[in-house]
Design a protein around this ligand. Structure first.
Ligand code: PMP
Length: 441
């Protein structure tokens, strides 16, 4: 066929259209649950227990540190600092994590500061995942792992935590959701480049036990697999549970990137300061991604976080340490929300970590209008109905599953309880009123 000359209008239109087309790596990753649910919450909610952020202030010592950092006393804090992390911050992180992991860390090579844990994750996938590589993701999972793996050209391989029935008359615990060891082992192969671990887990609040971590570690060593360990909720553990760092298990330091977040550690999600800790052999590649994308994170916020850690190191393990105080307060808030949800007839799964709580809503099916032939999972329809009709915002659990598994886990919603007591009281009022309406003749 003769080629149309470039002057033809249809030819130039076509050419322009194809220039507007997305890059292949964006195919199928354009939807984002938070965009939809944050908008719904902003429009309808009276009480927002949806997106995960505290509505109480950060600790005074941290806000004061930020104030000092921007006060002008040290005006160079308004300028660029070291690309891979402001020196005072990487030094204190190396000191703290050296202590926690039981090994000497070099601040310059074993630590890198990122724009929140989100960018740390992005660096991991970009640095290590190639076309054809598989990455094991444990479900339910913090939703960004999936698009990040895909954008890097990798293939996510999912393995669900499987719930065990609780003891008669007891509430289910997040610990009742467990990996099936044989199923997990079956997901590893020579194509497996990495596994993403998130303990304590968002959304369930599960804190992986030493045995569970050893199971994962053994498979990583056996199959020579990397581990991206998202530990942003490391300080938020309850009921005397212990957070165990997988990098501290035999054979794991050399293959693990540990990820943390000041947003969760100090209740400052808006500052977007995160970090990675690991061996130089791995971190050198994260630095390559970082220097060629973000390059640098806000200096003043890094300075304030460094001072926050300095203060915490001085108060380590003492009752006035924020790392002791925050989980103590959050555990009470968790228990308050558990009671409110039980009252309305939801079945909370009591979390042992994080500030999230997942509740079973299968008893509410009759309240939510059925949409024939809808491929939207029940929990998603329920969460939309609840915010519009009751003014209470939460997030459907199916959002934390891959497409093929959403329908297996579609009768739960996730609440965030890192909220002022007044906010939790307002949620309780909504739930109590709802209960009365349900029981009214
Ligand atoms: N990982 C998990 C499991 C999270 O829940 C979040 C935030 N919700 C992040 C990473 C991102 O953390 P940051 O805000 O520090 O980017």
């Amino acid at each position: 066929l003769p080629v149309k000359p470039p002057s033809s209008p249809s030819f130039s239109l076509q050419a322009k259209m194809s220039r507007l087309a997305q890059a292949r790596r964006l195919e199928g990753v354009d939807k984002n649950i938070w965009v939809d649910f944050v908008k719904l919450a902003a429009t309808y909610s009276k009480v927002n227990l949806g997106q995960g952020f505290p509505d109480f202030p950060p600790p005074d010592f941290l806000m004061e540190a930020f104030g000092r950092a921007v006060s002008g006393e040290m005006h160079m804090l308004h300028q660029y600092t070291r690309a891979f992390g402001h020196p005072p911050l990487v030094k204190i992180l190396a000191q703290l994590f050296g202590k926690l992991l039981g090994r000497g860390l070099d601040p310059m090579t074993n630590v890198m500061v990122t724009v929140g844990a989100y960018q740390a994750l992005f660096c991991c996938f970009q640095a290590f995942i190639d076309e054809g590589d598989e990455v094991i993701i444990i479900e339910p999972f913090f939703d960004c792992y999936e698009p990040m793996v895909k954008m890097a050209g990798g293939t996510p391989v999912y393995v669900p935590l499987r719930p065990k029935a609780p003891k008669e008359g007891k509430l289910m615990l997040s610990a009742d959701w467990q990996l099936d060891p044989a199923e997990l082992a079956s997901k590893f192969s020579e194509r497996t480049k990495a596994i993403v671990l998130n303990s304590p887990n968002n959304p369930l609040g599960k804190v992986f036990s030493r045995e569970e971590l050893e199971l994962i570690a053994d498979l990583c060593v056996k199959h020579d697999t990397l581990c991206f360990s998202d530990e942003v909720y490391e300080w938020l553990v309850y009921d005397g549970k212990e957070h165990i760092r997988i990098a501290s298990l035999p054979g794991m330091w050399d293959r693990t990137v540990t990820i943390g977040s000041a947003g969760k550690t100090f209740s400052v999600t808006g500052w977007k300061v995160g970090w990675t800790v690991g061996p130089n052999e791995l971190l050198q590649h994260l630095r390559t991604v970082h220097q060629n994308s973000v390059y640098h994170c806000a200096t003043a916020a890094q300075e304030a976080v460094a001072q926050g850690f300095q203060r915490e190191l001085e108060h380590y393990g003492k009752p006035d340490s924020y790392f002791v105080r925050l989980p103590r307060e959050l555990q009470q808030k968790r228990d308050q929300l558990v009671q409110s949800l039980v009252a309305v007839g939801m079945k909370p799964i009591v979390p042992e970590g994080t500030y999230f709580l997942v509740a079973d809503i299968s008893k509410f099916k009759s309240e939510v209008p059925d949409v024939p032939n809808s491929d939207e999972p029940y929990d998603s329809r329920f969460a939309k109905w609840m915010v519009k009709n009751k003014g209470l915002a939460a997030i459907p659990l199916s959002a934390f599953y891959c497409g093929a598994h959403k329908d297996n886990y579609n009768s739960f919603i996730r609440f965030c309880f890192a909220k002022e007591d007044a906010t939790l009281k307002a949620a309780d009022n909504i739930l109590q009123k709802w209960k009365l309406e349900k029981t009214a003749p």
